[in-house]
Design a protein around this ligand. Structure first.
Ligand code: 5GP
Length: 216
């Protein structure tokens, strides 16, 4: 009798993991750390009509497009979700997401609550959503100012918007208060691991167990 178990019968169905938060809560840093440590998850690169910030790279941080191109993508049904945030348009291109999921890999989304709701309507079973909160209002303000990528008027607008954003916390599966970056990254990794192990996401389990019972 073979002692080798047919592990290769078990494949994974990719999941969609959303991270949302008010600007400055640390979501981008957490995503970056997660992506560096885990080659099984890809970042969804959004399209936006917002102008690039200093240091942002087209195709890496966002694909920067104009309003005409954005409307064309909507009309051609090439966006999985889209929303207006701070007066600019943002959207998730459909094809790269579908490709990654079909390969049994996961996709990470850095999108707002409006986009999360749209993904929930389209693909609830595949969606895992996490809301990141700052430890305090003061800390949120401090982070936005120290980032200094936006002009003061923009920072004030984002602070005003933050409480609005935060009112959507209850629509998320998980909530993390980002007091310590290492701990927050570990928390996101734990959620990802547990969600990957969910029975429905392990395709081929029934065959594997039949094999086990047959003595393989
Ligand atoms: P920022 O301009 O600071 O990069 O992003 C502003 C907000 O837009 C953030 O809350 C970010 O999560 C959200 N966002 C970025 N890309 C998308 C997207 O493709 N769809 C939606 N709905 N929101 C997005």
């Amino acid at each position: 009798m073979s002692t080798e178990l047919p592990f290769n019968l078990i494949r994974r169905r990719g999941l969609m993991m959303v991270l949302s938060s008010p600007s400055g809560a640390g979501k981008t840093t957490i995503s970056r750390r997660l992506l560096e440590a885990d080659s099984e998850i890809n970042l969804s690169i959004s399209v936006t009509t917002r102008a690039p910030r200093k240091g942002e790279v087209d195709g890496r941080d966002y694909s920067f497009i104009d309003a005409t191109e954005f409307n064309l993508l909507i009309n051609r049904d090439q966006l999985l979700e889209h929303a207006k945030v701070f007066g600019n348009y943002y959207g998730t291109p459909r094809l790269p997401v579908e490709k990654t999921l079909s390969e049994g890999r996961d996709v990470l989304f850095d999108i707002d609550w409006q986009g999360t709701q749209q993904l929930k309507e389209k693909a609830r079973a595949d969606l895992v959503s996490i809301f990141i909160l700052p430890p305090s209002w003061f800390e949120l303000e401090r982070r936005l100012f120290s980032r200094a990528q936006d002009d003061p008027a923009e920072i004030n607008r984002r602070m005003a918007k933050a409480s609005d954003e935060m009112s959507h916390w209850a629509e998320y599966d998980y909530v993390i208060v980002n007091r310590d970056l290492d701990q927050s990254v570990a928390a996101v990794q734990s959620i990802l691991l547990a969600e990957r192990l969910k029975r429905d996401r392990q395709v081929g389990l029934a065959e594997f167990i039949s094999g086990l019972k047959a003595g393989h």
